[in-house]
Design a binder for this molecule. Structure first.
Ligand code: PMP
Length: 360
């Protein structure tokens, strides 16, 4: 069976060499007589797997010793509560920028724990743009400033890192992590659900500046307390061992590809050709301000919504899968993360061109 091009937003396609290696190591990891799935998380073997994954991530993303890397559970969504519980402190106020559905979810959850202000919003535009920083109404005494660098559903991506002065900057990097170089030192905390550019779902990677540890409110559940998770090397309880191992394989693969600089070059090329095709063809449209179009998630509509079903059926028949847009937006969405080969984007464009000719 040949593999399809899977454009799902997450869980998303993984690099084929990673899956092959996981398959080859499935029954017997390097002579241990067992799968990584069956290993004690306290075993020397698993501890090595875990530490190597962290080390590789540190190298790839340029994470200094000023930061702790945590491999947590509960996906990015659990961080929507974990972050305010750990960082709001006594003063209990934080600022959030609203650029779409994932920002909104983060805001709604944080609002249960403190004085959360929306510092800026692009809702009036239908979330088709990023509000320029000059217009943000931020508070210098906020415990942190939160934003969503890439809105996975809207297909909207910042092309700048906000200036937050002394206020720690917190970013939900779920759908952009490792897709391009990043200056980690600008952030207080970065978090990313794994199921796009990192590995299987459930795992969430948290990169936190060490001075932000140890500030959790007393009622914070132990499993959500960054200090506790950090002190225990992300093994306060049984971690998501297999997901952690797979993330490690993805990090090795990324290094072999030349790291995030090399990925960024390919990602820029993939996204540019898809947007150029959409813009150049009257049959398709993408509503996002060109400056802020996502490299990872490309939503588009057809000239006639009534053709959506036919489009999806034809795509499926060609092994171009999961192009249906998010239920809240409609239309189509092609997620083209690191592991989507350029040939997949070429095949999609080819199909779209033929479809427009036939139905346009
Ligand atoms: N934030 C962003 C930007 C996302 O794209 C997603 C998932 N699509 C989430 C948060 C939620 O992630 P999870 O399902 O891992 O909780």
């Amino acid at each position: 069976m040949s593999r399809a091009y899977n454009f799902c937003a997450g869980p998303a396609t993984l690099p084929e060499p990673v899956l092959r290696q996981a398959r080859d190591e499935m029954l017997d990891w390097r002579g241990t007589g067992m799968s990584v799935m069956e290993m004690s998380h306290r075993s020397d073997e698993f501890v090595e797997i875990a530490e190597t994954a962290e080390q590789d991530l540190r190298e790839l993303a340029g994470i200094s010793d000023d930061y702790t890397v945590l491999f947590m559970q509960g996906g990015a969504s659990s961080q929507f509560a974990t972050i305010p519980l750990n960082l709001l402190g006594e003063n209990g106020r934080a600022d959030y920028v609203n650029t779409g559905i994932w920002s909104e979810k983060a805001i709604a959850e944080a609002s249960r724990y403190g004085d959360i202000q929306v510092a800026a919003s692009s809702e009036a535009s239908g979330f088709t743009t990023v509000p320029l920083q000059e217009t943000w109404n931020t508070r210098p005494d906020a415990a942190y400033l939160h934003y969503t660098p890439n809105e996975t559903i809207g297909g909207l991506e910042y092309d700048f890192i906000p200036e937050s002065g002394n206020v720690p900057l917190v970013a939900d990097m779920s759908s952009t992590m490792l897709s391009r170089p990043l200056d980690v030192s600008r952030f207080g905390l970065i978090y990313a659900g794994a199921q796009k550019n990192i590995g299987p779902s459930g795992l969430v990677v948290v990169i936190i500046r060490k001075d932000l540890l140890g500030k959790a409110r007393s009622e914070t559940p132990t499993m959500m307390n960054y200090q506790v998770i950090a002190e225990n090397g992300s093994m306060y309880n049984t971690p998501a061992t297999y997901s952690w191992y797979l993330a490690g394989l993805v990090f090795k693969w990324l290094k072999e590809q030349g790291g995030v600089d090399a990925m960024a070059a390919v990602n820029r090329r993939k996204a540019t050709k898809l947007y150029e095709f959409i813009d150049g063809n009257d049959f398709y449209a993408n509503p996002i301000d060109p400056r802020f179009r996502s490299w990872m998630n490309v939503p588009f509509t057809l000239a006639d919504d009534a053709l959506n079903g036919t489009f999806l059926k034809g795509a499926d028949e060609r092994g171009l899968l999961n192009l249906k847009g998010h239920r809240s937006v409609g239309g189509m969405r092609a997620s083209i993360y690191n592991a989507m080969p350029e040939a997949g984007v070429d095949a999609l464009i080819d199909y779209m061109a033929g479809f427009a000719k036939e139905h346009g």
